[in-house]
Design a protein around this ligand. Structure first.
Ligand code: FAD
Length: 417
């Protein structure tokens, strides 16, 4: 590949949902944009996630409640949260930061930041969906979280109270109302919480590909290759690619998901990005008459109705980027789903594992590199990258334009650790 130089162009490194949303917003403001992607478009975490616009999911994972649940979960090697022993030495510094982020004052800080980003995310997604012509990909039928006892519901109440303070609407349901929202749930689930503002997409990969088409229709270019180094120069930024070629651009946005850490480190930003690996199985369409997405919070997984089937999955495995997937995790969740939804046909599924890009305080990194304000970061959205993609695109466009961003970016600064 030959070298290219265009000092007016903005390179977006990574064509996952976050990079695509950044590209869409920058193109909308008249910038020339080049995506740089080493694999297929949206074939990282954005490929097979649970498809939720989880606007009401504002409770940081790093929370006092999680610290109580974690030991029990960790005891079960195939449970909702696991750390493969060989990865423990690498993940320990991240875990210490996670623990610190769970302390009450920091938790409260992250919660308020997440609440403000999510309120903005809901607006920004509505606008992007309309402007990119993606409405037909969105289902607006909410989420139903299920509980196995009144005690489990009562234990979740402080979280609902915190959400209520941030303006989240919800309805606790039982009996016929629960059955109306989702018939066919096993009777062990005695209560639920319905969040009407939650949305899902028809399929996250289809949604991202439709956004990619909109980005290309707005005039973006794409280079297929792996960025090995990002080097700010006096009047722009040089990207060195794995094949030896170079791209000289005016600015670069690093949106490389779980793989962003080494490029940021080379720029002098030590960002404690890790991956929370997640698993699922997608069953053929018709495997269950699912009315909306269901969350089995006590078991760490969701069941999502997609146009491409019924997706059962979740779980967190703090196992790094290199180890092979352990699909027994997908199987465990599928077996539980069959018990929770009698009548679920578990035949013919496809298993998947994806790398959530996660920071210890459950907030993304959105801001400029210490090396140069021509390099911007947009990664680390953890469980919520699809939900927060449009908001991140808008905030990146604000920064590039030199405008006061639509919400304060302080909690998302790259140098906050
Ligand atoms: C099981 C599971 C369920 C989830 N459910 C939800 C959900 O319901 N709702 C939600 O909002 N979020 C969900 N998430 C999280 C969501 O999938 C991620 O936060 C989001 O996809 C991250 O998007 P991204 O664009 O940052 O990263 P990715 O989609 O991983 O994209 C990063 C891209 O960058 C490319 N790249 C990286 N480094 C380089 C380089 N050096 N050069 C060139 N290209 C590079 C990669 O190839 C990749 O294509 C879930 C995740 C998992 C695993």
């Amino acid at each position: 590949m030959s070298d290219r130089a265009d000092s007016g162009e903005i390179a977006v490194i990574g064509a996952g949902i976050v990079g695509l949303a950044c590209a869409f917003h920058l193109l909308g403001e008249g910038h020339r944009v080049r995506l740089v992607e080493r694999g297929g478009v949206a074939e990282g975490a954005s490929f097979g996630n649970a498809g939720a616009f989880a606007f009401t999911d504002i409770l940081p994972l790093a929370s006092p409640g999680m610290l109580l649940k974690a030991p029990k979960w960790l005891f079960d090697p195939l449970g909702p949260l696991s750390i493969p022993p060989r990865y423990l030495p690498q993940i320990t510094p991240w875990l210490i930061r996670f623990w610190r982020a769970s302390l009450p004052d920091r938790y409260r800080h992250s919660l308020v930041a997440q609440g403000s980003l999510m309120r903005f995310a809901a607006q920004a997604m509505e606008s992007m969906v309309a402007a990119a012509g993606l409405s037909s990909h969105v289902r607006r039928d909410g989420n139903l979280q299920l509980y196995e006892s009144e005690a489990e519901l009562a234990a979740s109440q402080p979280g609902w109270d915190a959400r209520a303070k941030e303006g989240v609407e919800f309805e606790h349901v039982r009996g016929s109302r629960l059955a109306e929202l989702q018939p066919g749930v096993a009777p062990r689930f005695v209560a639920g919480t319905f969040t009407p503002r939650w949305q899902t997409v028809d399929d996250p990969h289809h949604f991202a590909l439709a956004l990619f088409q909109a980005v290309m229709a707005r005039g973006a270019a794409i280079t297929h290759g792996e960025v090995k180094a990002v080097e700010p120069a006096e009047s722009g930024v040089r990207l060195r690619l794995a094949d030896g070629s170079q791209l000289a651009v005016g600015r670069a946005i690093l949106a490389g998901g779980a793989w962003s850490r080494p490029l940021a480190r080379e720029l002098g930003d030590a960002i404690p990005l890790e991956t929370e690996r997640g698993y699922n199985t997608t069953l053929p369409p018709g495997a269950f008459a699912l009315h909306r997405q269901l969350t089995f919070g006590g078991h760490g997984f969701v069941v999502t109705p997609l146009s491409t089937g019924i997706r059962v999955g979740g779980a967190v495995e703090l196992g790094g980027l290199k180890a092979a997937p352990n699909f027994r995790r997908s199987e465990v969740m599928l077996r539980k789903a069959a018990a929770f939804l009698p009548g679920l046909n578990t035949e013919g599924g496809t298993q998947w594992m994806g790398f959530r890009p996660s920071l210890p305080d459950s907030l993304p990194v959105i801001g400029t590199s210490r090396a140069s304000n021509r390099v911007l970061y947009a990664f680390g959205h953890g469980h919520l990258g699809l939900t927060q993609s449009a908001a991140t695109g808008r905030l990146v466009a604000d920064m590039v334009a030199g405008r006061t961003p639509s919400i304060t970016l302080d909690p998302f600064r790259p140098d906050r650790f």
